[in-house]
Design a protein around this ligand. Structure first.
Ligand code: HMG
Length: 447
C-alpha cells in the first residue's frame, strides 16, 4: 500500500431555486403543529427545482461552477460519475447528459472520460467517491481527476409521511491526488443487508415504510461502525472534530448520534466519569434475556442523552453538520456531502483552524447499506469553503405558497402534464429545454 494522498479537492453545491417553508406554509395545510417539523424532524424548509431545473441542470450547474473555480478544462477530467436515485432513463446515464451540457460551454470535450451512473439509494454518492479513489490509487487516471456528482429531486407522493422531508439539489465533487479539502482514509466499514424499507420499483416516487426505515438506518450504521473499528481500531469521541452523517432529516441524525456515542464511549474514561451520574452501560452477560438487556440499554441511552457531557459533544461534533439540511431537506445522494460542507462551514465561520482535524463520515442508503470512513482536513480547506456561495443561493430561493407548491410538485411528476410558469428567471446556467425526437431531454446554457 502506498501513502498516496487522495480525497476531495473541491466541492460545489447547487440548490433547487424554490423553497417550501414547512412551519409557515406546509404545517397549517396538513393540520400539524409546526413543532413536528422544526423540533421533531428538525427541518425548517425544503428546496424544490424550478420548472426548468432537474437532476441534469442542477448537477451540470454545480460541476460548471466547480470547474471554473478550479480553472479546469474537460481534458483534466478522466471520469464523470453521477450518483442519483432520480434518473429518468434506464440506459443512458445522467453523466452523459451532464457532459453534453458542459461541452456547450468549454472548448474541449469529455470523449476520453469514463462516465457512469451509480445506484444504491443515498449511499451511491459515497460509492462514486470510492470508485474514483480506487481508480486513482490503481494508477489508471493518467494524472486526471474525477468528477463525482450527487444529484436528486427527492420528491415523495403527495400525503406520504415522507412529504415533509423532500428536497432537491446537487453536490459536485472533484476527487484528486493531493486534495485541497479532505483526504480519505483507506479504512472503511460496511453494514449491508437486503432490506425492504424504501424502494422505487419502476415508479418515480418511493414506497416507504418510514418507521422501519429509521430502524434499518440505525442498525446498518451500527454494523458499519463496528466493521470500521475491526480494521482501524477502536474509536473515541475525541478523535473527531465533526461527524457528518447521511441526513434525511436532522432528527434522524439526533437518534443515530446518541447510539454512536454510547458505542464509542463503552470502556472509556467517559463511561467511568459518568458512572456516578447514570451508572455504567448495561452488558448483555448480566441479563437473562435479550428483552431485559434491550430495556436496560434503552434506559441508559435516555439518561446518557441528557448528560452535559453528551450534549457538549453533540453540540460540538454533530449539530454544526445539520445547518444546511435544516433549510433544504433530504437531497438523497447529496445529503451526507451537504452535512460535510455544513460542518466545515461552521468551523470556518467560527475562525477555527481545522487543518489536520478528522471527520467521521457516515453514509447510508436504504435497501440498505451504511458506510463509515474517516477524512482528514487539508491545509487549503478554508479557501475551498470560503469559495462556496450556498448562503446566497439559499437566500435567493423563491418562497412558494401552498398552491404554488402543489403546482410545482405536479410539474415534476412524470405522470402529470402540467405547464407551470417559471418562478425565477434563469441566468448564466443550464436549463431544461424540452424533448428530442427519441424522447431524450434537451438542455441549453442560458447566458
Ligand atoms: P411521521 O410519522 O409523519 O412523523 O413521519 P412522527 O409522528 O414520527 O413525528 C416525527 C417526530 O416529530 C417524532 O419524533 C415526534 O415525536 C416529533 P421522535 O419521536 O421520532 O423523536 N413530533 C413533535 N416534536 C415537537 N413538537 C411537536 C411534535 N409532533 C411530533 N408538536 C417519518 C416521520 C420519518 C417516518 C417520515 O418523515 C418518513 O417516512 N420519512 C421518509 C423516510 C425517511 O426519511 N427515513 C429515514 C431513514 S431512511 C434514510 O435515511 C434513507 C433515505 O434518505 C432514502 C435513501 O436512502 O435513498 C430516506
Amino acid at each position: 500500500m502506498t501513502d498516496q494522498s487522495v480525497g476531495i479537492d473541491a466541492i460545489e453545491i447547487h440548490t433547487g431555486k424554490l423553497k417550501l417553508d414547512l412551519a409557515e406554509t406546509f404545517a397549517p395545510k396538513m393540520g400539524d403543529d409546526p413543532g413536528k417539523y422544526t423540533k421533531g424532524l428538525g427541518l425548517y424548509a425544503s428546496s424544490f427545482p424550478d420548472t426548468y431545473e432537474d437532476i441534469v441542470t442542477m448537477g451540470a450547474n454545480a460541476a460548471h461552477r466547480l470547474m471554473d473555480r478550479k480553472g479546469l478544462e474537460p481534458e483534466d477530467i478522466g471520469r464523470i460519475d453521477v450518483a442519483t436515485e432520480s434518473a429518468f432513463d434506464h440506459s443512458k446515464p445522467v453523466s452523459t447528459y451532464i457532459a453534453g451540457c458542459l461541452e456547450q460551454v468549454y472548448e474541449g470535450d469529455f470523449h476520453h472520460a469514463n462516465k457512469g451512473e451509480r445506484k444504491f439509494a443515498c449511499v451511491a454518492g459515497t460509492q462514486s467517491i470510492d470508485d474514483a479513489y480506487n481508480w486513482i490509487r490503481a494508477g489508471r487516471h493518467r494524472g486526471r481527476a474525477a468528477l463525482v456528482i450527487a444529484t436528486d429531486t427527492a420528491l415523495y407522493a403527495r400525503d406520504d409521511p415522507g412529504e415533509a422531508t423532500q428536497g432537491a439539489g446537487a453536490v459536485a465533487m472533484l476527487i484528486d491526488e493531493d486534495p485541497d479539502l479532505v483526504e480519505l482514509s483507506n479504512a472503511q466499514g460496511y453494514g449491508s443487508a437486503d432490506e425492504t424499507d424504501f424502494l422505487k420499483p419502476q415508479q418515480q416516487f418511493p414506497s416507504v415504510d418510514g418507521k422501519r426505515s429509521v430502524k434499518v438506518y440505525l442498525a446498518r450504521m451500527r454494523e458499519a461502525l463496528v466493521d470500521y473499528e475491526s480494521v482501524a481500531g477502536d474509536i473515541h469521541p475525541d478523535d473527531f472534530r465533526l461527524g457528518p452523517f447521511h441526513t434525511p432529516f436532522p432528527g434522524m441524525v439526533r437518534k443515530a448520534a446518541v447510539l454512536a456515542y454510547r458505542h464509542i464511549t463503552r470502556d472509556t474514561e467517559i463511561e467511568d466519569d459518568l458512572d456516578d451520574q447514570i451508572g455504567r452501560q448495561p452488558r448483555p452477560e448480566a441479563f437473562d434475556d435479550d428483552a431485559a438487556y434491550m430495556d436496560a440499554l434503552g434506559d441508559y441511552t435516555d439518561k446518557l442523552k441528557d448528560t452535559d457531557r453528551y450534549q457538549e459533544w453533540y453540540d460540538r461534533t454533530i449539530d454544526p453538520t445539520l445547518s444546511i439540511s435544516r433549510e433544504v431537506g433530504n437531497w438523497y445522494t447529496g445529503s451526507v456531502h451537504v452535512a460535510r460542507v455544513s460542518g466545515l462551514k461552521a468551523l470556518a465561520e467560527d475562525g477555527e483552524d481545522a487543518t489536520g482535524q478528522k471527520l467521521l463520515v457516515g453514509s447510508y442508503g436504504s435497501g440498505a447499506q451504511a458506510e463509515i470512513h474517516v477524512e482528514t482536513v487539508q491545509e487549503n480547506w478554508l479557501d475551498e469553503i470560503d469559495a462556496l456561495n450556498v448562503d446566497e443561493q439559499l437566500e435567493a430561493r423563491y418562497d412558494l405558497d401552498f398552491d404554488e407548491y402543489e403546482d410545482v410538485h405536479d410539474a415534476h411528476n412524470f405522470d402529470e402534464e402540467r405547464g407551470v410558469e417559471e418562478f425565477r428567471t434563469p441566468d448564466e446556467e443550464f436549463v431544461f429545454d424540452g424533448w428530442g425526437r427519441m424522447g431524450e431531454r434537451k438542455y441549453q446554457y442560458v447566458e
